[in-house]
Design a protein around this ligand. Sequence first.
Ligand code: C2E
Ligand code: MG
Ligand code: MG
Ligand code: MG
Length: 278
Amino acid sequence: QSKADGKGRVTFFEPGMDEAFQTRRGIEESLRASLRDDTFHVVYQPQVDVEGNVPAVEALLRWKHPELGEISPSVFIPLAEECGLIMPIGEFVMRRVFEETGRWCNLRVAINVSAVQMRTPGYATQVMQLAARTGIDPSRYEIELTETALLGDGPATAENFEILRRLGFSIVLDDFGTGYSSLSLLHRFHVDKIKIDRTFVHGLGESGEVNALVTAIVKLAKSFNLGVIAEGVETEEQLRELTLAGYSMFQGFLTGMPQPAGEIAARYEPAATMRLQA
Ligand code: C2E
Ligand code: MG
Ligand code: MG
Ligand code: MG
């Protein structure tokens, strides 16, 4: 069935196709178009140590829907996962990040990788080819995985994980503490770093239990010999509490907003910037 909507456009609908579903279909269509038109971009958020140095940044995808405006990746990434677009979008992110940051020499760069990518057979091999083609050094990059990304059953997840490690990528367990099996994952997978979820950081000072958890997680990281970083740091108070608890790496609006590669490079990669101008 179809009907004209007054402006001469024709909209299609089927029984049960409600508004939310139409919106999703619309977003999927726009995601596809954006891949074709190359209208995604990547921003980089500083990770700051106790002395205020910035040894690393996290790459975050940005997308502007033609009518709806900026949409958060926490909304469109799950949609992309469902409709089969996460593989091309993930490849776009990695290629763009490698191209933009491959010549940096001070900053390490963290990239988010989705559960669907990790459970796709051959994914890590694609990453290997992309790394070779762009000439990047994997040991300067960190792959951020959530617990869900590691819980994928089937052999592909573990195989991709091992290949990425062998290529030299560091592995970070993102949003640590929010899932059901954070601890058993640490036992099963050799990760290099954990990133405590921002819900804990935001809960600091609200209850003694949250403070105890935040402290327990940094101790856990240290006893496993893992790096540890706190995300979502918004206030001086949170920074102070985290520092007292033993954290020494921070990421959040307080310590640095996500910025385009050019701005990050101008500030933290003067050598790379000069080479480009020369
Ligand atoms: P994430 O990996 O945990 O990334 C951190 C998110 O927290 C980012 O949201 C960042 O902008 C936001 N953030 C940073 N500082 C603060 C703060 O002080 N307070 C608060 N409230 N938030 C802060 P963003 O960019 O909207 O991304 C949301 C999620 O989408 C990410 O969470 C990640 O899971 C996913 N994502 C982003 N880019 C990619 C990508 O390229 N690929 C995949 N697969 N997922 C991505
Ligand atoms: Mg992340
Ligand atoms: Mg996170
Ligand atoms: Mg998150």
